[in-house]
Design a protein around this ligand. Structure first.
Ligand SMILES: Cc1cc2nc3c(=O)[nH]c(=O)nc-3n(C[C@H](O)[C@H](O)[C@H](O)COP(=O)(O)OP(=O)(O)OC[C@H]3O[C@@H](n4cnc5c(N)ncnc54)[C@H](O)[C@@H]3O)c2cc1C
Length: 405
């Protein structure tokens, strides 16, 4: 049975994350929205504090790096396990409430660590664990269809040689490591796709440009060329054997853990929008009365209550998906449902909040306009809205990706 209270052991984590979100993220929000490629130095100090807290166990599993199949916790007396997936989700909701662009460029919190945590060997965990790791899947000809990637990895002696192009790599220029998806053999399709850890200072990893974006401007988004980029064969994550039945499933499973986290980011941004809108409505003398039916109160109040209930539905789905991961229950369906629902709902809420607050909501005097720009990416990366719905449909109808495209 799911208990929807915040587990007591995570209350400290949530309150710490909220404090960081308030004091560091919010206060630098507008600054790095305007200074698009400026490096947010304020976060370096924060990373050092977080490292210290992680070593002390206070924040264990609070970032993307810790997620996995119920890592780090034994079930309680009721058989219920709240571990790294729920901890990460709760922390990320708070931090995204502060500023999701800054969260995405927080040192050592890259989504690449989720891929490392999911499949790395003991030795690889020692070498790569705790480092800032970006994730490079997307290519000019492979976005939603990640099985179409063309970057190749060829074994030469004790090294893999990577060649290809990677675009839209979040934190690509700032991270210490980049987890690059490449194919061992293009004739073998998705089964031959593997991920490789590439050090950012590898001379074969060439930065082509940094993107200019609608939102999350604090977070850098890099395009790379891989030109005879040599990595040790020990940098391949998982097994080098090509197993036609399994290969791709292995790398795709990372998404079951990361999609609820991205959904959580959307929940955090939408909560920020709702809270600020409530304050502005209250200042304007609008009373939100939960005991009155929609037709008996002003339009803005009934609009607010409708948005809030939609937000709550998205939040519960997201909690369920993360809770299932912690409790070792297959959650692909719920992870995609949560991502689809939260991404769409949060984008909708952000724009409706701008509308409800009128010209105040649209102006730079408020962060509402920024949140409305920031939130869209959460319905796009880690699988777009349409792709999540496709995955849900496949699962419900029992169809393969070849049968339902
Ligand atoms: C700011 C930003 C940061 C990013 N960070 C990363 C990162 O760190 N690492 C990384 O690897 N990638 C990253 N991406 C890439 C992102 O994951 C892709 O943009 C996304 O997967 C979509 O791919 P695409 O842009 O090629 O669009 P396409 O796949 O070309 O899709 C275009 C449109 O068609 C729709 N569509 C596609 N196929 C179908 C279908 N079968 N059925 C119905 N509709 C369909 C899509 O939903 C979309 O609306 C980032 C992107 C952005 C903008």
């Amino acid at each position: 049975m799911i208990n929807l209270e915040t587990p007591r052991k995570f209350e400290f984590l949530v309150s710490q994350a909220h404090q960081v979100a308030t004091e560091i993220f919010r206060s630098n929000s507008r600054k790095y929205d305007r200074d698009e490629h400026g490096y947010p130095r304020e976060l370096d100090m924060l990373a050092a504090v977080i490292d210290g807290m992680n070593e002390g166990g206070a924040l264990s599993g609070a970032g993307a790096g810790g997620v996995g199949e119920g890592n780090g916790s034994k079930p309680g007396r009721d058989g219920n396990r709240n571990a790294s997936n729920i901890a990460s989700l709760l922390g990320l909701i708070e931090l995204s409430w502060g500023d999701v662009g800054l969260l995405l460029t927080m040192p050592r919190q890259g989504l690449g660590q989720a891929a490392i945590a999911a499949v790395a060997s003991e030795d690889q965990l020692k070498r790569f664990g705790g480092k800032w790791a970006a994730m490079a899947i997307t290519e000019p000809e492979a976005g939603s269809d990640s099985a179409a990637i063309r970057t190749t990895a060829t074994l030469e002696g004790d090294e893999y040689v990577l060649n290809g192009e990677k675009i839209f790599v979040t934190a690509g220029d700032r991270a210490e490591l980049i987890v690059v998806w490449a194919t061992l053999d293009r004739t073998q399709g998705r089964a031959a796709i593997r991920s490789f850890v590439v050090e950012r200072d590898n001379p074969g990893l060439i930065l082509e440009r940094l993107e200019h974006k609608l939102g999350i401007r604090a977070s850098d988004t890099a395009d790379f060329r891989l030109e005879n980029c040599r990595v040790s064969r020990d940098n391949l994550l998982g097994s080098p054997e090509i197993e036609p039945k399994r290969g791709f499933a292995g790398v795709m499973q990372t998404f079951d853990n990361t999609r609820p986290l991205v959904a959580g980011m959307a929940i955090g941004v939408a909560r920020a929008c709702l809270e600020r809108t409530r304050e502005l409505l209250t200042d304007a003398g609008v009373e939100i009365d939960y005991d009155l039916p929609p037709h008996a109160q002003v339009a803005a109040a009934s609009e607010f209550i409708a948005m809030e209930s939609d937000w709550e539905a998205a939040r519960l789905l997201t909690m369920q998906a993360a809770w299932m991961a912690d409790n070792k229950k297959p959650n692909s369906l719920q992870a995609s449902m949560a991502k689809a629902k939260a991404g769409r709902t949060a984008t909708d809420i952000a724009l409706r909040c701008v509308a409800v607050c009128g010209s105040i909501g649209y102006g730079e005097g408020e962060l509402l306009e920024k949140w409305a720009r920031d939130v869209k990416i959460l319905d796009l990366f880690e699988g777009t809205q349409q792709i999540q719905l496709l995955i849900v449909a496949r699962q419900l109808l029992g169809k393969t990706s070849a049968e339902l495209k």
